[in-house]
Design a binder for this molecule. Structure first.
Ligand SMILES: Cc1ncc(COP(=O)(O)O)c(C=O)c1O
Ligand SMILES: N[C@@H](CCCC[NH3+])C(=O)O
Length: 416
């Protein structure tokens, strides 16, 4: 089921809202999210885990808009954060800090203090120096920090090298061979309480097998720890489930969870997931206006008003994202275009060699842009970041205003 469909007259809808009306009302570039899609995706994970004790910790980095975090919090979601800023967002959105897990290789003392003060569920610790720092910070506050150790199982997730995180050359986690020793060390530190084992091997995985390979290794580790008197209460399998951008056929959460449950069977373990992309990517689109059509030496360019500062995935990972017209019934000749933005970088493109029937003034949409779209946006070239609208049936809600230009230099100061 898709909540972004064409109406009979050729107009693209976001739920029951015509995208042409949204861009007329809110301008472009414009991120448009579908509430029904977000909720359906989150519930798919929840239903997939079923009666196994579980917690779904949405990865805030995928899209941290407060309205989205709030919708997920209302469903009972937990959150995976990687900074104090993301924790502050979760709290500002009405999320429950006691359902927060804190990942990331570089947690500062200040971030640890903040998270301990909010009594978060668990720190996913990524190194021994981090264990020592957390033990010291917790002790100075008279607190005990709940931890799991992020294991790097040295598994090839088969995804883009920049978003592969579970290989031994990556900066993430502790090599699995060293894990028992590091857990024993953690157990000896007085202000830490071991509760779980964690991993996250990469993003946009389209096969289940690397996940299962990782889980096999983690379950063997859990047994080894148990024999050494270290009881593990939860297994956090991270995020990483892929989505369909083009012709990928990623597994459904139910297929993934079923395979995991078969492995967990009679174990007394809470299962934790940290999905980001699988919840948000196909719940959002980026609408943009065609400013110019330009014939180059050997190709046509469609110059649009969205750019790499709005959506960096094509530039950064050569990611292919579908680009479609907002009205597919307009009488236009089709050409192949490189769809490019106004930024002064050759790498500023949203798509290459796309067949489109368009004229200047028409609107296009980049699909699957709900995850790692706005959250990776910048102000490069002094461009204000896009507005964000969340549609709920026939009702659009402006959930982030377009940044006023003056806000771009709000915190800058002239010399006296
Ligand atoms: C620790 C951690 N958890 C969860 C996620 C979310 O990943 P995804 O958006 O692929 O589900 C990430 C990002 O890849 C991550 O680094
Ligand atoms: N930003 C990446 C995913 C990175 C996941 C973060 N660990 C993307 O757009 O695909």
């Amino acid at each position: 089921m898709d909540f972004f469909n064409y109406r009979e007259d050729g107009e693209l809808l976001a739920e029951q809202c015509a995208v042409s009306e949204l861009v007329a009302q809110y301008g472009t570039p414009l991120y448009i999210y579908s509430r029904a899609t977000i909720e359906r995706h989150w519930k798919a994970f929840d239903a997939a885990a079923g009666d196994v004790p579980h917690l779904i910790c949405y990865a805030v980095k995928a899209n941290g808009n407060l309205a989205i975090l709030n919708l997920l919090a209302r469903l009972g979601s937990g959150f995976d954060i990687v900074s104090g800023g993301e924790l502050a967002r979760v709290i500002a959105a009405g999320g429950d800090a006691k359902k927060v897990v804190f990942s990331g290789v570089g947690k500062t003392e200040e971030e640890m203090r903040y998270a301990l003060g909010q009594d978060i569920l668990c720190f996913n610790v990524e190194s021994e120096p981090e264990l020592e720092r957390l033990n010291q910070v917790a002790g100075s506050m008279g607190k005990v920090a709940r931890i799991s150790i992020r294991i790097n199982p040295d598994i090839d997730a088969g995804t883009h090298p920049y978003i592969s995180t579970g290989l031994k050359q990556n900066k993430f986690g502790i090599p699995i061979e060293r894990a028992p020793e590091v857990y024993r060390y953690a157990a000896s530190l007085p202000n830490l309480q071991i509760t779980g084992v964690d991993c996250h091997i990469g993003s946009q995985l389209t096969e289940i097998s690397p996940f299962l390979e990782a889980v096999d290794k983690l379950l063997a580790l859990i047994d080894e720890l148990s024999a050494a008197g270290i009881k593990i209460h939860h297994l956090d399998v991270g995020g990483g489930l892929g989505v369909n951008y083009n012709d990928e056929t990623p597994p459904h959460p139910s297929e993934y969870a079923l395979a995991l449950k078969q492995k967990l069977q009679d174990r007394d373990l809470t299962l934790m997931f940290e999905p980001g992309r699988a919840i948000m990517a196909n719940a959002g689109i980026l609408a943009t206006k065609v400013e110019y059509l330009k014939a180059g030496e050997d190709r046509h360019f469609a110059i649009v008003d969205a750019a790499m500062n709005d959506l960096i995935r094509p530039s950064l990972y050569s990611a292919w994202m579908n680009i479609i017209p907002v009205n597919r019934s307009l009488p236009r000749d089709a050409h192949h275009y490189d769809v490019v933005g106004p930024i002064c970088e050759t790498g500023d493109f949203l798509g290459k060699d796309r067949e489109l029937a368009i004229a200047p003034g028409d609107y296009l949409v980049v699909r699957s842009a709900g995850a790692y779209g706005f959250s990776m946006a910048s102000n490069y070239n002094a461009r204000s970041r896009a507005a964000e609208v969340l549609v709920d049936g026939e009702q659009p809600h402006l959930v982030r205003e377009r940044e006023p230009l003056a806000s771009l230099w709000q915190f800058e100061h002239l010399l006296p």
